[in-house]
Design a protein around this ligand. Structure first.
Ligand SMILES: Cc1ncc(COP(=O)(O)O)c(C=O)c1O
Length: 381
C-alpha cells in the first residue's frame, strides 16, 4: 500500500458524505426518510437560466477551454449584481473572479495567503470547510466562539485576549450559517477595524444573503473594506443552482490576482453553458427573490411547528435557508438526531458538526416540500 500524505490525516471525510450513506441504506431498505439535513435547494433555477444553457450547447465556443477569469459578460453580470443588490461598485476586469462554487474559493484563498503555521480565526459554530481547508494547508485553526447571548457575533474582547501575532486570516460568514444571524453595518465596521489593527485578511462568506433576509448586506459596502476584506458569494442558494457550481470572490485587484494565480493552476475555466446560464440568473429582477422567499416562508412556518413538536426553541428573526433550534436542556445533539432518524425516519443535522458550540442545537433545512414537512410533523404526533 502507498501511504497517504500526512495532510490527509488532518481531516475526516465530510460529515454529510458519511451520514448520507447511512441515510441511503435506510432508503434502500424501504424506509421513507425525509431529508431535512442538507441545504441543497430542491426548486428549479429560473427557466431562462436553463434555456441559456441549452441554447449555448450549439455554439462552437461552448466546448472549448474557457478563460481562467470567466467570460467578460459573466464578470459584468456579477458586477451588476453587486451594484444592484448591495450598492457596491466593483471593477469587472480586476475586482471579480468567478469560481466554481464558493467552496473552492475557501481552498484557493487559503493557498494564496497562508503559510504553514499561520493562524486562522474560524467561527464556532461555523461551516466545517474553513477548518478542514486550514488543516490541509497546514495552517493553525484558532476558533472564536459565537454565542446566542451575543447574537452569534464575534466577541472581540475575547478574541483579543489571545496571541494574534501569527494570525493572517479570519473567516466570517454573515448571514451566518448555521444560526441564521444577520449582519449589521456596525458588525462589519468593527470587523474591518479589528482587521486593520492586527493586519488580518477578513473573508466574509456570503452565500445566504437572499434567503429570508429583508436586508442583504455586503462587507464590501463599508468604506475601507477593500484594504483588508474579500467576499465570497454564490449562486447556489440564491438561484437554486447548487449543482451548477457558480460562485465568485470579490475584492481589491491585488488580492484577486493572487487568488487567480492559484486557481489558474488548478482548473481550466468554467463550462461555457454554465456561465451563460449564470449570466441570466444574475440579471433576474428582485421579483425572483420575492417568489423564492414566499415558498421558503411557508416551509419555515412548518419547520417551526416541527421544532415545537420536538420541544425545541428557535429565533423567529433568524435569516437563511435553515432553522437553528435549541434542544431542551441536557439533550445531546447527535444522540437526538440519531433517534429521530431511526424512529421517525427524519434526518436533521446535529449542531455539533459545526463545532463544540453547536452542542445542544439541531439544524433543519428548508429544502423539503410542504408535503414532506407536513408528513414529518404528522410522524411526530
Ligand atoms: C457557509 C457556507 N459557505 C459556503 C458554502 C458553499 O457553497 P457553494 O455551493 O457556493 O460552494 C456553503 C454551502 O453549504 C455554506 O453553507
Amino acid at each position: 500500500m502507498i501511504e497517504v500524505a500526512d495532510r490527509l490525516n488532518t481531516v475526516e471525510e465530510y460529515y454529510f458524505s458519511k451520514k448520507l450513506r447511512e441515510v441511503n441504506l435506510l432508503i434502500a431498505n424501504g424506509k421513507p426518510v425525509i431529508n431535512l439535513g442538507i441545504g441543497s435547494p430542491d426548486m428549479r433555477p429560473p427557466q431562462k437560466v436553463i434555456d441559456a444553457l441549452v441554447e449555448s450547447l450549439q455554439d462552437v465556443n461552448a466546448h472549448k477551454y474557457q478563460s481562467y477569469q470567466g467570460l467578460p459578460a459573466l464578470r459584468e453580470a456579477m458586477a451588476g449584481f453587486y451594484k444592484e443588490h448591495f450598492n457596491v461598485s466593483l471593477s469587472q476586469t480586476t475586482e471579480i473572479l468567478p469560481l466554481m462554487g464558493s467552496k473552492e474559493g475557501i481552498m484557493h484563498i487559503s493557498m494564496a495567503f497562508l503559510n504553514k503555521g499561520d493562524g486562522v480565526l474560524i467561527p464556532n459554530p461555523g461551516y466545517p470547510t474553513y477548518q478542514s481547508v486550514t488543516n490541509l494547508v497546514e495552517a493553525k485553526a484558532m476558533f472564536y466562539e459565537l454565542d446566542e447571548t451575543n447574537n452569534w457575533f464575534p466577541d472581540f474582547k475575547a478574541i483579543e485576549k489571545q496571541d494574534l501575532s501569527k494570525v493572517k486570516l479570519m473567516w466570517v460568514n454573515y448571514p451566518h450559517m448555521p444560526t441564521g444571524a444577520g449582519a449589521t453595518e456596525q458588525l462589519f465596521k468593527d470587523l474591518i477595524a479589528f482587521a486593520k489593527r492586527y493586519n488580518i485578511l477578513i473573508v466574509n462568506d456570503n452565500p445566504y444573503s437572499f434567503v429570508l433576509n429583508d436586508s442583504p448586506k455586503s462587507i464590501m459596502s463599508i468604506p475601507g473594506a477593500k484594504d483588508v476584506c474579500l467576499e465570497l458569494n454564490s449562486l447556489s442558494k440564491t438561484f437554486n443552482m447548487a449543482g451548477w457550481r457558480v460562485g465568485m470572490v470579490v475584492g481589491d485587484s491585488n488580492y484577486i490576482n493572487h487568488i487567480l494565480k492559484v486557481k489558474s493552476n488548478m482548473d481550466s475555466g468554467m463550462f461555457y453553458g454554465i456561465q451563460k446560464g449564470a449570466i441570466e440568473a444574475l440579471k433576474c429582477s428582485s421579483m425572483w427573490f420575492v417568489t423564492l422567499n414566499s415558498v421558503y416562508r411557508k416551509r419555515r412556518e412548518l419547520v417551526w411547528k416541527l421544532a415545537k413538536a420536538l420541544h425545541c426553541t428557535y429565533d423567529e428573526h433568524a435569516t437563511g435557508l435553515f432553522v437553528w433550534a435549541k434542544l431542551p436542556p441536557n439533550i445531546k445533539s447527535e444522540a437526538f438526531i440519531d433517534s429521530i432518524l431511526n424512529i421517525n425516519y427524519i434526518f436533521i443535522t446535529p449542531g455539533t458538526i459545526f463545532g463544540s458550540k453547536g452542542e445542544g442545537y439541531i439544524r433543519f433545512s428548508l429544502c423539503a416540500s410542504e408535503e414532506e414537512l407536513v408528513e414529518a410533523i404528522a410522524r411526530l404526533k
